[in-house]
Design a protein around this ligand. Structure first.
Ligand SMILES: [Fe+2]
Ligand SMILES: [Fe+2]
Length: 150
């Protein structure tokens, strides 16, 4: 039931080759960027359901929050951490029409590194889940992957 709802919202973006391309980039410790955005989208969706938030914005914003095409450990702009939300937003805008909430989710997902905080509960949630997933990728020896599920 939940998976069905998730897939209904996520599928149009996941089928787009510009999002699929993220499978070509390593993101955190052997996990591709596509794995990462799907994981953040799925977990954010589950918490979004629990708090009765706008799950469409959560899924779409989370899937697009790291839409950049370079290996950030080896290339890309200086101050990647600060700059990639804007790069991802620019790329996402070429891919689909975004709501204000989805824009805020992408643009503010690196808070507090990027000083201005998220303004919606949905953006705050994705920001927290992204930090959680990224931290877990580095500190846990167990590999978490939602790939098989989604
Ligand atoms: Fe990011
Ligand atoms: Fe991320």
């Amino acid at each position: 039931m939940l998976l069905k709802e998730f897939n209904r919202i996520a599928r149009p973006l996941l089928e787009d080759p510009r999002l699929q391309k993220l499978a070509e980039y390593n993101h955190h410790r052997g996990k591709t960027r596509l794995d990462h955005v799907k994981e953040v989208a799925w977990l954010s969706f589950l918490w979004g359901k629990r708090f009765s938030l706008d799950c469409k914005a959560i899924i779409r914003g989370a899937l697009l929050h790291d839409l950049f095409y370079y290996d950030w450990l080896r290339e890309g702009p200086k101050l990647h951490g600060l700059r990639h939300p804007d790069i991802a937003l620019k790329n996402a805008m070429k891919l689909t029409l975004l709501t204000k909430k989805e824009i805020n989710i992408i643009k503010r997902h690196m808070w507090p590194i990027t000083v201005i905080p998220p303004i919606y509960k949905e953006s705050f949630l994705v920001c927290i889940i992204d930090t959680f997933c990224s931290t877990r990728d580095y500190i846990s020896s167990k590999k978490f992957n939602v790939q098989d599920k989604l």
